[in-house]
Design a protein around this ligand. Structure first.
Ligand code: 5GP
Length: 188
């Protein structure tokens, strides 16, 4: 029997957190992955309530004031992102592990509030690889890319604060490692 635990996956922009989490969910559809709230605009193909809860700044600030955010941060100096507390707590109370995919500031808040949480850092194989992935993704303009790379430099320097570092060399291998860490049975 595995014990319920909160896992936090963080790492720099474009390192592939979303892809690794998608692969883990594909293998384990029952796994609880928190849906964050954000004030940023949806990207093409993103669905409200699936990828994020897209909310106004007023609504986000109201959620903070009501104590309904487990953590939150102003990411890349532009938009608020945060983890709604209720669903995560319910999942843990029911005896299941939960996974959050959040930024460094958020990961630190979770560790401060819940020291038993396991902080996992997803690292790129190299700096150049990270730059190539961000440019290749093509979802940000030049100034947004520069802003994200500046944040990434700071985030990479914080790896030592994490309980575990997983290098995202290939999605399959990084997912295997996260799966094992979370005590999930590998699927055939
Ligand atoms: P994106 O705009 O690319 O979806 O996400 C930008 C950044 O926000 C990523 O680094 C992602 O990990 C972070 N992020 C997403 N959801 C949350 C959240 O709930 N809390 C915090 N602190 N960061 C988040």
């Amino acid at each position: 029997m595995s014990v319920s635990k909160l896992f936090v996956l963080a790492g720099p922009t474009a390192v592939g957190k979303g892809t690794v989490v998608s692969e883990l969910r594909r293998r384990h559809p029952e796994l609880f992955v928190s849906i964050s709230a954000t004030t940023r605009q949806p990207r093409p193909g993103e669905v409200d309530g699936v990828h994020y809860h897209f909310v106004s700044r007023e609504k986000f600030e109201e959620l903070i004031e009501r104590g309904q955010m487990l953590e939150y941060a102003l990411v890349h100096g532009a938009n608020y992102y945060g983890t709604p507390r209720g669903p995560v707590q319910q999942c843990l109370d029911a005896g299941h592990s939960a996974l959050l995919e959040i930024d460094l500031a958020g990961a630190r808040q979770v560790k401060a509030a819940m020291p038993q949480a396991e902080l996992v850092f997803l690292a790129p194989p190299s700096w150049q690889e990270l730059v190539d992935r961000l440019v290749g993704r093509g979802t940000e303009d030049e100034s947004e890319r520069e802003r994200r790379l500046a944040t990434a430099k700071v985030e990479l320097a914080a790896q030592d604060e994490f309980d575990v570092v997983i290098v995202n060399d290939t999605v399959a291998r990084a997912t295997d490692e996260l799966e094992a860490l979370m005590g999930l049975k590998p699927v055939e």
